[in-house]
Design a binder for this molecule. Structure first.
Ligand code: AMP
Length: 422
């Protein structure tokens, strides 16, 4: 019987993993520059955390979660998104008591049982950043700037930032009713999916991908035009800070986000290089979630971004550096004495941070040279009993073919010099 990976999941093979490392390191360095600090939480949580926060009527909770009972009968769920889990940890460990504004970032796998297609997986990876403890629009602006800076750092083109306000518990109910009144008139012509959303989640009809739905709702009332004074002021200030930061954005009244907990700011970053699943990142403000999950009142804002979609876009725009992990040295042995020395020397090099490989399969010298070429090692060091006795090993530059000699006692210093050279 042959086993295969589960549909909608992917293996990252060694030829690709260096790209992941590059992407992850770059993201971390920008996050640190913005003074966001990393948080890691378990891959599963109590199911109720997600049901309570994301909302029972959302697609995620309604049909996409990987939920199971463990042996003691507790209902657990593999994280479909990170915010609820971060907030659970924030409350549990009283992070808000040490400082007023807590800025956290993460890189983690997420799980959703969606129909797999390009850019849509069942296990995918997100990076994201949450700023908890302030309602000021400048925090939203910094959070958006952080997301934008990550894409800018990669050299990404063809992406845009779309910003909206989805109001709050004061202004949204009246708007929701107004929207329902509008939708009622066109209800019969809406797609089945939108009809289903009418009762529970009418705002989501506005971000339907169905062309017919979109033209039917072209003149629908938008939340951003029905904000209360406080939400209106917040939105105006956010736009003003973004403009002063020279961040190019569009206001898009149709952005509502799929999750229930958003208030005021909602934003998306989309790429024209992604096809139908064009969202690179989504985020927004969630001022009541901390309280909802049992914490003190702590307004917050954050975003989540897909790593696979980022990498698909980078691939399309040729943004990956073409270096792959390859050893700097291959230590080839001409005989048994050489073999014993080679493995010791390799350990010594590695202890000094110099990457190298050595033959572990007792191959002939010719086969070892071939292997060094296959691994694209920059230099091959060749030694046998004679060379070791004379304290002179050969060092071959694999790109120029040039061969020099080095004393064994000086080899580490020479290796460090070659390692540091371009
Ligand atoms: P969401 O939490 O749904 O707003 O997702 C945030 C980001 O995660 C999206 O903009 C995508 O880049 C990514 N994402 C969401 N769902 C998937 C998925 N099933 N497969 C791959 N990436 C996803």
């Amino acid at each position: 019987m042959k086993f295969k990976s589960i549909k909608g999941t992917k293996d990252v093979l060694p030829d690709e993993s260096h790209r992941w490392q590059f992407v992850e390191q770059t993201i971390r360095s920008v996050m640190h520059a913005f003074n966001y600090r990393e948080i890691r939480t378990p891959v599963f949580e109590e199911t109720a955390i997600f049901a309570r926060s994301i909302g029972e009527s959302t697609d995620i909770v309604g049909k996409e979660m990987y939920t199971f009972q463990d042996r003691s009968g507790t209902s657990l769920t593999l994280k479909p998104e990170m915010t609820a889990s971060v907030i659970r940890a924030y409350i549990q460990h009283n992070l808000g008591e040490q400082q007023q504004l807590v800025k956290l970032y993460y890189l983690a796998p997420m799980f959703r049982q969606e129909r797999p297609q390009a850019g849509r997986l069942r296990q995918f990876h997100q990076f994201g950043a949450e700023a908890i403890g302030s309602q000021l629009p400048v925090v939203d602006a910094e959070n958006i700037a952080l997301a934008a800076e990550i894409y800018r750092t990669f050299g990404m083109k063809n992406f845009s930032i779309r910003v909206n306000s989805v109001g709050c518990e004061i202004c949204r109910p009246a708007y929701k009713q107004k929207l329902k009144n509008f939708l009622q008139k066109i209800f019969d012509k809406l797609s089945e999916e939108s009809k289903r959303r009418f009762e529970q989640n009418p705002l989501r009809i506005l971000d339907s991908k169905d062309e017919n739905d979109r033209s039917l709702t072209a003149s629908a009332p938008l939340m951003k035009d029905h904000l209360c004074a406080e939400c209106e002021m917040h939105f105006e200030e956010l736009k003003s800070v973004l403009t002063s930061l020279k961040i190019i954005f569009e206001v898009d009244g149709r952005i509502v986000r799929g999750l229930d907990y958003y208030t005021k700011t909602a934003y998306e970053i989309v790429s024209t290089d992604l096809g139908s699943q064009d969202a690179l990142a989504g985020g927004g403000r969630y001022d009541v979630l901390v309280k909802e999950l049992g914490g003190k009142n702590a307004p917050a804002v954050g975003f989540a971004a897909g790593i696979e979609r980022l990498m698909m876009t980078m691939e399309k725009q040729h943004l990956f550096p073409d270096s792959s992990a390859r050893p700097v040295f291959f230590i080839a042995a001409a005989d048994d004495a050489g073999r014993r020395w080679a493995i010791q020397q390799a350990i010594e090099f590695r202890r000094h941070g110099i990457s190298c490989d050595v033959d572990l399969l007792c191959r002939s010298l010719k086969a070892q040279m071939r292997e060094a070429g296959r691994q694209a090692a920059r230099y091959v060091i060749i030694a046998g009993e004679d060379e070791l006795k004379q304290d002179q090993v050969k060092v071959k530059n694999m790109s120029s073919g040039e061969q020099t000699e080095a004393r064994v006692s000086q080899l580490l210093a020479e290796a460090k010099r070659l390692h540091a050279s371009p």
